[in-house]
Design a protein around this ligand. Structure first.
Ligand SMILES: O=C(O)[C@@H](COP(=O)(O)O)OP(=O)(O)O
Length: 259
């Protein structure tokens, strides 16, 4: 029987989602469309009568901004928000800033899919000469983490994301759920995929086929052991959700302009 409800959310569309570039640890704001998606998500959750007790976000602006907009649309701005780097997007290493369609044209769509969705695939690490290295590692937010800046990742597989996320799940998020609190996790495509893999016991092979659209809330109903009691539900209009998933998958395909 379902005892707890957990909501997972990939932030609304960011500026670089729109430009089809790997954004990862680069701090981009939501696009106009992303702002609209986040507000619509809040409206939908309000219509479902959801009342949040606590929200967890990454320390990247797009996930924080999404949480604010959702809470504002629900008239629940007062709800506490806990931010932690452990919910950050996967660190895409040297791929950060590159255009996916151009990568597909150079390396093939299969290779790009493997880089994006393979479980144990780590891209080459970001080097100090990378155009976004200084911007990321000189940012003050990374002095606030529970690991030294020198020990923060320089590239991650999805497996590595799950490993750095689990302590935060175990020590901060799961205890809130066990207290009966309704939790929203406003995070990223890959930090949410990693958590879903863990909670739903998705295999290393099957996780390749899981893509999350931006701005669509995912409802998990959990038992007392925090095991899902039924399949996850993506809330909202079916056709729109399927189109949004296809849009993310198609980002890794060659487009005429990228040839
Ligand atoms: O880093 C990024 O660009 C995307 C994920 O990219 P893909 O894994 O879908 O290529 O993360 P998000 O928009 O959820 O923060």
């Amino acid at each position: 029987m379902s005892k707890y409800r957990l909501f997972l959310l990939r932030h609304g569309e960011g500026a670089w989602n729109k430009e089809n570039r790997f954004c990862s640890w680069v701090d981009q704001k939501l696009s106009e469309n992303g702002v609209r998606e986040a507000r619509e998500c809040g409206k939908l959750l309000k219509e479902h009568g959801v009342q949040f007790d606590v929200v967890f976000t990454s320390i990247l602006s797009r996930s924080v901004q999404t949480a604010w907009l959702v809470l504002e649309a629900m008239a629940q701005e007062w709800v506490p928000v806990v931010k932690d780097w452990r919910l950050n997007e996967r660190h895409y290493g040297s791929l950060i800033g590159l255009n996916r369609a151009e990568m597909a044209s150079q390396h093939g769509e299969e290779q790009v899919k493997l880089w994006r969705r393979g479980y144990d695939m780590t891209p080459p690490p970001i080097e100090e000469s990378h155009p976004y290295f200084q911007e990321i590692y000189n940012d003050r937010r990374y002095t606030t983490c529970d690991v030294l800046k020198e020990n923060l990742p320089r590239a991650e597989s999805l497996k590595a994301v799950l490993e750095r996320l689990l302590p935060h799940w175990d020590h901060a998020i799961a205890p809130e759920i066990r207290k009966g609190r309704t939790v929203l996790i406003s995070a990223h495509g890959n930090s949410c995929r990693a958590l879903l893999k863990h909670l739903e016991g998705i295999s290393d092979q099957d996780i390749v086929g899981l893509t999350l659209p931006t701005g669509v809330p995912v409802l998990l109903e959990l038992d007392e052991n925090l095991q899902p009691v039924k399949p996850r539900q993506l809330l909202g209009d079916r056709d729109k959700i399927e189109a949004a998933i296809r849009k993310v998958e198609d980002q890794g395909k060659v487009t005429p302009s990228a040839r």
